[in-house]
Design a protein around this ligand. Structure first.
Ligand code: ZN
Ligand code: FE
Length: 239
């Protein structure tokens, strides 16, 4: 994929991302926790903002939009089924719908569970997961059911293993501590935790991560049944 992707830390522990198509110069933002860091990144790169892709309705993913729209005029893209809770959409999409960011082909995956009608945006080599799949974790199941969240994560697990996972929060170190309680003997996990500690000590984001590494180390993604997923998710809620 001929593109550049910027990870933009926002608020206390959120991430927004800029996806820039090198061929056409088209730029999309994924989620808007706040406007200032996004505007600064756009100015620094000299990019104009063409699209905003929204993963879900929670405030820490959309509240920066009014300030952003005061300075830019992108098309707003989100889940058709969640129009009542999302900011006003220009393009409303459903599961399986295809769309483009310049020359980059994207596809919508319904990953309901954290919220109903939470969507992920999958491109060749990159998926933007919002609060569904995290590095070594997954979002809390607020609106959906445990089987629903399990199914959503399994859809992400089925993407090509060399896909980079761009998730919406820096929760990785806490997730790592929990993951070790589920799989204390997982050698790949032990190695990964050392890397995570080194990165965080240096103030470096642990997002994105490689899907193949999540498949080897993320207990929420590795749960083989909805029942075992539910057990792990419930344990994490009170960790
Ligand atoms: Zn959320
Ligand atoms: Fe969030």
């Amino acid at each position: 994929m001929n593109c550049e992707i910027l990870t933009i830390p926002c608020l206390a522990d959120n991430y927004a991302f800029l996806l820039h198509c090198n061929t056409t110069g088209t730029t999309a933002l994924i989620d808007v926790p706040e406007a200032a860091p996004v505007l600064a990144a756009l100015a620094q790169k000299g990019w104009a903002l063409d699209m905003v892709l929204l993963t879900h309705h929670h405030w820490d993913h959309i509240d920066g939009l009014p300030d952003l729209l005061a300075e830019t005029s992108p098309k707003i893209v989100g889940a058709a089924k969640d129009v009542d809770r999302l900011p006003k959409l220009d393009i409303a999409l459903n599961e399986g719908d295809e769309f483009t960011v310049g020359d980059l082909k994207g596809r919508v995956i319904d990953v309901s569970g954290h919220t109903i009608n939470h969507i992920a945006f999958a491109f060749e080599g990159a998926v933007f997961t919002g609060d569904s799949l995290f590095s070594l974790g997954c979002g809390r199941v607020f609106e959906g059911t445990m089987p629903m969240m399990h199914e959503s994560l399994q859809k992400l697990a089925a993407l090509p293993p060399d896909t980079m996972v761009y998730s919406g929060h820096e929760y990785t170190l806490e997730n790592a501590k929990f993951s070790l309680t589920i799989e204390p003997d997982n050698a790949a996990l032990q190695v990964r935790i050392k890397d995570i500690k080194r990165l965080r000590a240096a103030g470096i984001p642990t997002v994105p991560s490689l899907l193949s590494l999540e498949l080897a180390t993320n207990p929420f993604l590795r749960a083989q049944s909805a029942e075992s997923f539910a057990k792990i998710r419930t344990a994490k809620d009170s960790f």
